[in-house]
Design a protein around this ligand. Sequence first.
Ligand code: 1PR
Length: 520
Amino acid sequence: MITLLDYGAGNVRSVRNAVEKLGGTLNTVTSPEDILSAEKIIFPGVGNYENMIQVLNRKGYMDPLRQYLASNRPFFGICLGMQALFQGSEEDQSNNESIGFFEGRVERFKTRLSVPHMGWNGIHLKQDSPLMAGIKEDARFYFVHSFHLIPHDPAVVLTTTTYDYAFASAIQQGNIIGTQFHPEKSGRHGMQLLENFIRLSEFTPRGRVDIPGKALAKRIIACLDVRSNDRGDLVVTKGDQYDVREKAGTNGKGSVRNLGKPVDLARRYYEEGADEITFLNITGFRDFPLADLPMIKVLEETSQNVFVPLTIGGGIKDYTDSHGRHYTALEVADRYFRSGADKISIGSDAVHIAKAFVDTGRKTGKSAIEEISRVYGAQAVVISIDPRRVWVASPDGPNGEAFCWYQCTVQGGRTAVDLDAVTLARACEALGAGEILLNCIDRDGTGAGFDLELIQAVKQAVTIPVIASSGAGCAAHFSEVFTETGADAALAAGIFHRKEVPIADVKVHLAEHRIPVRPS
Ligand code: 1PR
């Protein structure tokens, strides 16, 4: 029996699904007594450190947790659930008292690399722990965090990971275990680790070892643009420069292209080695997403069998329904996180928010980006940008040179806004976004390759990770985008849907070009 400490923030469904898939039985903590009587606890901490500590205090969980840990009964803290075991975090502006079972603190990454540290990284094993049974040396795990642990006692470090410099990525003392990475999002190796925790009863390490791991991998993301077709069924579709309809017949508009069912395709891409799956509800801006129950069901069903990060976008904004009830974007996001999403992606609303910020120079603290980032952490907020190249002739140039800029659009490219993609990306980072999904309407569906100039311009303007999107037509386009730009991940849709290039072939190609990848 596993006891899940769910304090009500972020995607705990994935841990629940992973444990159940492995045959474990779960109950959830609803009172301090549940902690004291537990046999094995998993604490998946997600979101913001300060928010987590405040909730743990409010619910009266702190002392029961300290007592439980002192008894050396098995405990597995994931991400913030591990950080909470130490004395405090730089992320916590109010300096709340933490669990303090171990000595040490949590600090923000001090690096010129992208922060959050996001993606599949290796582990350098420092102790021979039963927890690691069956995990291969080249295993990579999924990390997503801006803050990392600095323990006082090096003896508690189970693994380190290198991101510019080495930091403690897992800790263990007796039966008390913590990982900075997310085993529930780390494919088969993560599942193996969780299975070890569920099956074994004694975890005490058997001595020091020194087994180095790999570097952070470039991520390959499969994207599923989803919408209802004309019969009302939710389908995966794919546009050419955002036009998702077949050529029109003599009697009006063509039908919406149907490339398969969202849950089936997501599962296929997971099994084929996709590092992440992104769902974009491309007509989400038209309706209230919480009324869109099929999309929520897609997430719930997908997260039962897909153990890599899931992002959902489309229609995330404040909304007032027909009865006058107001919903905040935070409530919409919350429903998605609870249904299995790890990140939400904001498109149109981000353009309006950024424009207001750029025009006034003031943060309201109330925008969707700021609110969701504050509660769930920057790493959970992706900004999806839909730019289009606009050419400008220069009357001043000696040869009449033409320049271009990348104009932002909203509502799936239907409406252009007077804001360029680089300014948008910068503004969204300042407001608290944790990642940029950089599409390009000119390249979308063309197979002509990624727009390298656009990607490099945005990448240079921000410190958060950038996902290159739109235009992949062959494996060489992926090596090109990683070699020519600083992109952290590359996303594709059409070539995967049409089975033109398997994800595994893309990874083999990248490995041949010495670009680090997580093997499929
Ligand atoms: O504005 O917050 O409601 O979010 C709507 C979301 O839906 C945005 O993220 C926007 O990018 C997306 N979207 C809206 N309309 C379309 C459309 O295609 N008509 N899809 C659309 C955008 C672009 C990519 C695509 C890549 C790779 N899809 O995500 O998957 O271009 O394609 P390729 O590899 O085949 O070239 P909001």
